[in-house]
Ligand binder design. Structure first.
Ligand SMILES: [Mg+2]
Length: 130
């Protein structure tokens, strides 16, 4: 199952262009989903710009540091054979800006962030039934 995951406000507190504090349980759940066979795609507005800023690289390295295998970054390598669409194909999208995404409010955080306590088990159930 392909799961597209946003970064700021989803995996870390929204402190763009910096990398904010970890959103509770995000790393644990993503590691677990990969173990269960999920293909994670980082799906973020971050980019590495011409002035040498590496905002996207910072996000990719966050996954590396936390031992979370990424299948793709802003694209799904498996879709090239069947579409030219620029949208990364996912079966699930997790994004703090997505309508209906459960959010939680953490006092020290800049903005509400994804509530992995709700998202984690719900996505795991989908993985196990797939
Ligand atoms: Mg976001």
């Amino acid at each position: 199952m392909y799961i597209c995951v946003d970064f700021d406000g989803t995996v870390v507190d929204h402190r763009y262009p910096y990398v904010g504090d970890p959103v509770p349980l995000a790393v644990d759940w993503m590691q677990r989903w990969v173990e269960l066979g999920a293909k994670l795609i980082l799906f973020t507005m971050r980019s590495d710009d011409a002035e040498g800023e590496e905002y996207l690289t910072d996000a990719v390295q966050y996954f590396e540091k936390n031992n979370i295998e990424l299948f793709g970054v802003n694209r799904n390598p498996d879709q090239d054979s069947w579409t030219k669409s620029p949208k990364a194909y996912g079966e699930i999208y997790i994004d703090d800006a997505a309508f209906g995404c459960p959010l939680t409010y953490i006092a020290t955080f800049n903005r509400p962030c994804v509530d992995w306590k709700q998202v984690g088990p719900a996505v795991e159930a989908r993985l196990l039934e797939a």
